[in-house]
Write a protein that binds this ligand. Structure first.
Ligand code: ZN
Length: 84
């Protein structure tokens, strides 16, 4: 069980998606095994993604700052995986 940093609910791993931060780069970690620090978000809950970003939970969990460009990129990736 992992906890979503948006809604703070513990869920099974397959219901969550891992965001990895490695060398200052934020990526959607679809394999769940990417290098670096990781944070989890509900895979299909846009409100969680937004909450995590607005509360800076994503930044806190990953120990980094996230600029607008990285945020847009991450959200685009989240939306893509959400459609599958
Ligand atoms: Zn959530």
């Amino acid at each position: 069980m992992r906890r979503c940093i948006g809604c703070m609910t513990s869920k099974e791993k397959h219901e969550l998606i891992r965001i990895a931060c490695y060398e200052g780069r934020i990526t959607l970690d679809e394999s769940g095994r990417a290098k670096g620090r990781g944070a989890y978000l509900c895979r299909h809950s846009k409100s969680c993604w937004e909450k995590a970003y607005k509360k800076k939970a994503l930044e806190r969990s990953l120990g980094t700052t996230i600029d607008e460009e990285q945020k847009r990129e991450l959200f685009a990736q989240l939306e893509q995986q959400d459609e599958r």
